[in-house]
Design a protein around this ligand. Structure first.
Ligand code: AMP
Length: 381
């Protein structure tokens, strides 16, 4: 199927990436393999993405002069983080194609818009209410019941910008503590596991969804991803179908991660969307013929999408902060560990510095003890 205006970018064209982090770095590496150059827009002097890119514009994401200078260097624009202003992307979109479009970013930047979009598309989320005042919060808590989770609608990540509410006494302090307003109150999902699906959609509308993976967090930061998730096949099929439906409904071009809960009854509940490559998709670099980054670049450049198939099972372990980063020599010395480091100068607590993948034959993902064993020095903590 070829949509009107469908056009492949010629080799040696330049892909502009807004954001200089590890997602931009791994996207740029995938782009290089396909014969493209990347030019990074970042506010950081020495960013992980710029280290591996053909060019960089350093400046504020909100400065029109910086955005125009960046656009002049590139043929197409994508983004690797969501806290860029949608107005900034609008300005870029007037100058160059922006994929995914600024409208996709707008939905995912705002939890209320995101949940409204999902519910309108017939997709289940935790029950939620918009909270603009303390009165709204009391009414929402009465309607949804406690425990519940109060979240900022904007600028939340890795557990920041949210507070669990267990009793009425928590309502006022939680409302006062969270900013910016408005907030949403979400019913608490008593989940059996957290999973995600990375889905790609091309310029021609073709959709490829990777397998469902299981995600485990420590201190609100992704720690481990197990591919595939150990959930019933029927549940996995539902999760992938939801991801495909979202990619179509939002008119995605690029990749998008759908984070979901599997509740105690096996129902799939969508938590949030990230319209970019995602940490829970890093395993695809080593376990798939074409990774999430390759699919992203292919979509952005208008190339055909290959199927999102997996040749191996995998465990991905993030390297977070100084203690895990200090294990680097041991990781390098461990046969079978596939190491990835992002080029960040300083290992601050909570900072994602790299990741390690272990592969297993398809169907051979080990149980808990086997996973600990495979992670060796990294299984502590
Ligand atoms: P989020 O920033 O929305 O991804 O939330 C961060 C983490 O908080 C999730 O990965 C869950 O572990 C937990 N969480 C968020 N929302 C809920 C919910 N409605 N019910 C239970 N746990 C949640």
């Amino acid at each position: 199927m070829t949509a009107p205006g469908w056009k492949m970018m010629a080799p040696n064209s330049t892909i502009g990436i807004v954001g200089g982090g590890q997602l931009g770095r791994m996207s740029a590496l995938a782009a290089a393999r396909l014969g493209y150059r990347c030019h990074i827009l970042t506010d950081e002097a020495d960013s992980p993405a710029a280290q591996v890119a053909a060019g960089v514009t350093v400046g504020s994401y909100d400065d029109p002069a910086v955005l125009r200078a960046f656009a002049a260097q590139v043929d197409v624009v994508t983004f690797e983080f969501e806290n860029v202003s949608a107005e900034g992307l609008d300005l870029l979109a007037a100058l160059r194609p922006v994929r995914p479009s600024p409208s996709v970013l707008r939905i995912s930047q705002d939890r209320a818009a995101e949940k409204g979009f999902l519910n309108a598309a017939g997709i289940a989320t935790a029950p939620w209410r918009l909270v603009e005042s303390v009165e709204d919060l009391r009414a929402a808590a009465a309607a949804l019941g406690l425990p519940a989770i109060l979240k900022t609608t904007r600028l939340g990540y890795d557990g920041k910008g949210q507070i669990r509410i267990d009793g009425d006494d928590d309502l006022l302090p939680a409302f006062a503590a969270l900013a910016p307003k408005p907030l949403i109150l979400e019913g608490f999902v008593d989940f059996a596991c957290e999973v995600s699906v990375v889905v790609a959609r091309g310029l021609d509308g073709a959709v490829s969804a990777f397998d469902v993976v299981e995600n485990r967090h420590r201190h609100h930061i992704l720690d481990l991803t197990l591919a595939p998730a150990r959930i019933p096949e029927a549940t996995a099929a539902v999760a992938r179908e939801i991801a495909r439906k979202i990619a179509q409904a939002i008119d995605l071009v690029g990749v998008l991660a759908v984070e979901m809960f599997i509740d105690a009854r096996g129902a799939v509940v969508v938590n949030e969307l990230a319209p970019r490559p995602h940490n829970s998709g890093h395993w695809t670099i080593d376990a798939c013929p074409a990774s999430q980054f390759e699919l992203h670049i292919r979509a952005v450049a208008g190339l055909p999408l290959p199927p999102a198939v997996r040749h191996s099972d995998a465990v991905m372990k993030n390297l977070v902060g100084p203690a895990e980063t200090a294990l680097w020599p041991a990781i390098l010395a461990t046969p079978g560990s596939i190491p990835h480091l992002y080029g960040k100068a300083e290992a601050r607590p909570g900072r994602k510095m790299g990741h390690v993948t272990r592969l297993f034959p398809r169907g051979g993902l080990p149980g808990e003890f086997g996973i600990r064993d495979a992670l060796g020095a990294l299984s502590g903590g």
